[in-house]
Design a protein around this ligand. Structure first.
Ligand code: NAP
Length: 249
């Protein structure tokens, strides 16, 4: 997916997208890059991140996509963001890892890793970006990617993941109330299953996750929900569910 420089849009925003090297994060990056916005991708794997950044669309000559190598669960990653990217407008927190074992077989290290990536990483990201926005007295948007498993859908072998994703929802609601008066909106998008590297796992495939519509989500359907949240200035403290009704089945 490449690019041709044309006219600069009247208004473009600076997006930080964690988990931006593949999957949902990368799909969001392509959508917003194709609208002329600046994208900064964050993930741990240098090679994947560089390739993903270089392949983002560029629609005008001032569009300058960048990347940050880092682990969202580590404060030093967020210190780097704070030092190098003071003028962010939008954070999409899509970095995440899944769980593939029953709790009795899930080692404490794995539990820590899921919680620190999915929940602490999201909290540290929101803390950093909301602080930068407050400091600049600027409005902004934070979209935290939770999951239908953080709502009412329950599947054996996902308890720690579900706890992390329910935590993201509670956290985002409370932060929305804390910073809404300063023009900073905080929301979650809760997808059902969509095909990515995360869901290539055999166990997840066995579980199904088709729901009443008999299929998984298309990636575009998830990205549409993120775009809706970014663009609708009165959506705050909300969970936008894109699950085809899976949570009810
Ligand atoms: N796919 C689904 O069906 C589904 C459904 C509901 C919710 N979600 C959620 O949507 C988000 C994206 O999932 P996905 O399916 O797109 O997963 P994915 O394809 O596995 O991508 C995960 C991304 O997160 C990055 N990442 C993982 N751990 C990280 C860390 N500690 N620090 C920084 N980056 C990290 C990965 O890059 P590196 O490994 O290089 O760091 C990668 O860019 C996740 O939060 C997931 O829980 C997914």
């Amino acid at each position: 997916m490449s690019s041709t420089a044309t006219a600069t849009p009247a208004k473009y925003l600076r997006f930080l997208i964690t988990g931006g090297s593949r999957g949902i994060g990368l799909a969001c990056a392509h959508r917003f890059a194709s609208q002329g916005h600046h994208i900064i991708l964050l993930a741990r794997n240098n090679a994947a991140l560089s390739t993903a950044t270089s392949e983002l669309p560029r629609t005008h000559s001032e569009q300058n996509h960048e990347c940050i190598i880092g682990d969202v669960s580590q404060q030093e990653t967020w210190e780097k963001v704070k030092a190098e990217h003071k003028k962010l407008d939008v954070l999409i927190s899509a970095a995440g890892i899944s769980q593939t074992s029953l709790l009795s077989r899930t080692k404490p290290d794995a539990i820590n890793s899921i919680i620190s990536t999915n929940l602490t990483g999201t909290i540290l990201g929101s803390r950093t970006v909301s602080s930068l926005l407050l400091h600049r007295r600027s409005p902004g948007v934070i979209v935290n990617i939770s999951s239908v498993l953080g709502l009412s859908k329950c599947i054996p072998g996902t308890s720690v993941y579900a706890a992390s994703k329910a935590g993201v929802i509670g956290f985002s609601r409370a932060l929305a109330v804390e910073v809404g008066s300063r023009g900073i909106r905080v929301n979650t998008v809760c997808p059902g299953y969509v095909k990515t590297q995360m869901t290539e796992d055999v166990r997840i495939r066995e579980i199904g996750g088709d729901g009443p519509m008999g299929r998984w989500a298309e990636m575009d359907e998830v990205v549409n929900a993120v775009e809706f949240v970014v663009n609708n200035g009165y959506v705050n403290g909300a969970e936008v569910v894109v699950d085809g009704g899976l949570r009810l089945s």
